[in-house]
Design a protein around this ligand. Structure first.
Ligand code: NAG
Ligand code: NAG
Length: 334
């Protein structure tokens, strides 16, 4: 794992506990399922390796977040009415609807996404309520005296828990639709004249009309964000007993670890508490195996590596092997 990226997170922990007491920190985690969990898990493993105690709050229907598969971290399971099958059905529906929605025109696509995210937010809201309105659980968490909370920002609630437990918190995030949460709460600047809004499919080089479209996309996502946050997360005020807005609590994040990098997205202004940690979950590349190296005959001037397909095609159909061979034949020769 990249030392630079993780050290940012660890610094917070070290400052707040290791130096002070000579012992290590206690980390509470508010995760999200599937790939989100896999990404967070890499950080958790590293925290455990460095002697910190990690406790993950998971719901009873969690699919990927499986205590039996992870001996190094502790889990606190809270009961929910839904079953694992319900959750799995929902995520299959989520992914397939999103995939199919892309075939539509931009505005139809966005409106389908908005509906989908609204359904997703319903379940996030329910999970959150199951925790914060459960007095027994909240007392237990208070008494556990956590030092820091780590949360995936696309599954809201982490910010509320951190506020209730009076502890600092760190987000892990890929993106929110239209970069709205990063923009409104994280202070990340996204000037629409040159930063293509995420999900707009625009590039870093936009014509005038594309810039106009980018602006319209931004307005659409802004409007969507205002609608979601105004109504849905009103209960944060109820829980805290004072008027707060969702954006205000999210804005208290001490650090944002963005799971992306400039080879995936376009450069944009950033802030010191926002770190781009794309690829944390990638294993460092291993050198090519011996036999593979022998296949590498030459490297063209254009940087294309030409392989000898000899024994590699042994298990390919002849048709497929010919296809590949003819593709290579069309490459510019030295
Ligand atoms: C509250 O949380 C505890 C511990 O997670 C759990 O055992 C209990 O069933 C929960 N209570 C309710 C009403 O959900
Ligand atoms: C060839 O491919 C088939 C199906 O893809 C696979 O079952 C088989 O194990 C492969 N054989 C070798 C020698 O790799």
């Amino acid at each position: 794992m990249s030392v630079i990226h993780v050290s940012v997170l660890l610094l917070l922990l070290q400052l707040s506990c290791c130096f002070r007491t000579g012992s290590c920190g206690k980390v509470l985690v508010w995760p999200v399922e599937y790939s989100h969990w896999m990404n967070l898990n890499v950080i958790l493993d590293e925290l455990v390796r460095r002697g910190h105690e990690v406790i993950v709050l998971r719901n009873s229907a969690s699919i990927f977040i499986d205590p039996s598969k992870q001996a190094n971290i502790k889990f606190e399971t809270f009961p929910i009415a839904a079953t694992k099958d319900d959750l799995e059905d929902f995520f299959v529906h989520f992914v397939s609807t999103w995939t199919n929605a892309r075939q539509n025109s931009q505005w139809k696509y966005f409106s389908l996404l908005q509906k989908l995210f609204s359904e997703y937010s319903d379940s996030c809201e329910n999970f959150c309520k199951e925790v914060v309105f459960n007095k027994t659980l909240m007392t237990k968490l208070q008494e556990s005296r956590f030092d820091i909370l780590l949360s995936d920002a696309v599954g809201p609630c982490g910010e509320l828990l951190a506020e209730l437990l009076k502890i600092p918190f760190v987000y892990s995030l890929r993106f929110t639709p239209g970069y709205t949460m990063e923009k409104y709460s994280g202070g990340l600047s996204v000037p629409p004249s040159y930063v293509p809004i995420i999900l707009s499919d625009l590039s870093g080089k936009m014509t005038f009309m594309e810039r106009v479209n980018n602006m319209l996309c931004m307005l659409y996502f802004d409007f969507w964000f205002q609608m979601i946050t105004k109504k849905r997360w009103d209960f944060y005020s109820e829980v805290l007993g004072r008027p707060v807005t969702f954006s205000e609590l999210v804005g208290k994040a001490d650090m944002w670890l963005i799971r992306s990098y400039w080879d995936l997205e376009f450069p944009r202004p950033t802030l010191p508490n926002i770190q781009f940690v794309g690829g944390l979950h990638c294993k460092p590349a291993k050198p090519l195996p011996k036999e593979m190296e022998e296949f590498v005959q030459s490297s063209g001037e254009e940087g294309v590596v030409v392989f000898s397909l000899g024994s590699m095609v042994s298990n390919m159909t002849e048709e497929r092997a010919n296809l590949i061979a003819s593709a290579f034949a069309q490459l510019p020769q030295k």
